[in-house]
Design a protein around this ligand. Structure first.
Ligand code: NDP
Length: 283
């Protein structure tokens, strides 16, 4: 007879090549802080093993799992349903067991939104978003669902940028436009939020976004997805010009907060999680 011998409820991360994943430290710190008998394990999964891994997680009673690239899209066909934003953007980073079903959610954009909502209300705001990859897509969809007025996507690759703008217009009926990024971009007057959704700045605190920094004005909220290092050149420039700056740690911590809420029903303490992720990153 089959026995379930777990001492803990299990959640995990299915990833490939995510060495030193700071998410493990962050989620486990929250479990410890709240006295939750849960474990979060990092599991290396190749694309060829994804289907079996999801079947295994289901069979072993995992309460959910995160998945990172390259699994965010491929995992969908192994699930039983999708949350609203995950369905719109076609990408899942957090799977949640609800009853006997595995449901795909996307907490990247929700984490960004939570971080943004700690300083302002996004409703009716105008946004400039650099990038059109997975992170930018998640942010744009969540901002659209939160009621922003307009999103200008600034991206180098026309096809990728065009695809995101089409999605925002068709699925969210949003006022969205694409600007092909060449040379320094000047933020138009009337912009409320400026967001770096590209990988520029990752592991390089001096990396520069092609942006006319004189067009950053006090009162704008400037956010960066980059969490390592958190004080990117963009964040420093924004602060020195009187903007409200939001670093990428806020997004990563809050996506973890939303994931833990989904899995456990507990509302975790973000300061404990931020400290753990900072320690894991060595900041
Ligand atoms: P993708 O590879 O899907 O997209 C990368 C984007 O960056 C593309 O739009 C690409 O433009 C753009 N880009 C990269 N290099 C340049 C450059 N030199 N000049 C102009 N544009 C450039 O990556 P993701 O969207 O998945 O991730 C982006 C970043 O977000 C990563 O650094 C990741 O670590 C971070 N991230 C942070 C999270 C958080 O919680 N803080 C969560 C998820 C991701 P193009 O289309 O023209 O190639």
């Amino acid at each position: 007879m089959a026995a379930k011998n777990f001492l803990h409820e299990l959640v995990g991360s299915m990833s490939q090549g995510a060495a030193g994943n700071p998410t493990v430290a962050m989620i486990e710190a929250a479990f410890r802080h709240h006295g939750l008998h849960w474990r979060y394990v990092n599991i290396e999964v190749t694309p060829a093993d994804l289907a079996d891994s999801v079947r295994g997680a289901r069979a072993m009673g995992f309460r959910g799992f995160n998945c990172s690239m390259p699994h965010k899209v491929a995992v969908i066909r192994h699930l039983d349903g999708l949350g609203e934003s995950a369905g719109i953007m076609g990408a899942v980073n957090c799977v949640v067991r609800r009853g006997d079903k595995l449901i795909g959610e996307n907490t990247d954009g929700k984490g960004f939104l939570k971080s943004l909502e700690s300083v302002t209300n996004p409703k009716g705001k105008s946004v400039v978003l650099f990038g059109a990859g997975g992170a930018a897509r998640a942010i744009a969809v969540e901002l659209g669902l939160a009621g922003v007025k307009r999103i200008t996507v600034v991206n180098r690759d026309e096809a990728r940028g065009g695809e995101l703008v089409k999605l925002l217009r068709e699925k969210l009926k949003l006022d969205a436009e694409l600007v092909i990024w060449c040379g320094d971009y000047s933020i138009p007057a009337g912009t409320d939020f400026v967001i770096n959704g590209t990988s520029i700045g990752l592991y390089d605190s001096e990396a520069r976004l092609a942006l006319d920094v004189n067009s950053l004005k006090p009162g704008m909220v400037v956010a960066d997805v980059i969490f390592s290092p958190p004080r990117t050149r963009l964040i420093r420039e924004a602060e020195s010009r009187g903007c409200t700056a939001l670093d990428g740690l806020g997004m990563i911590v809050n996506q973890g907060v939303v994931s833990i809420q989904y899995w456990t029903g507990v509302n975790p303490e973000p300061t404990v999680m931020r400290k753990a992720v900072e320690e894991a990153l060595g900041d």
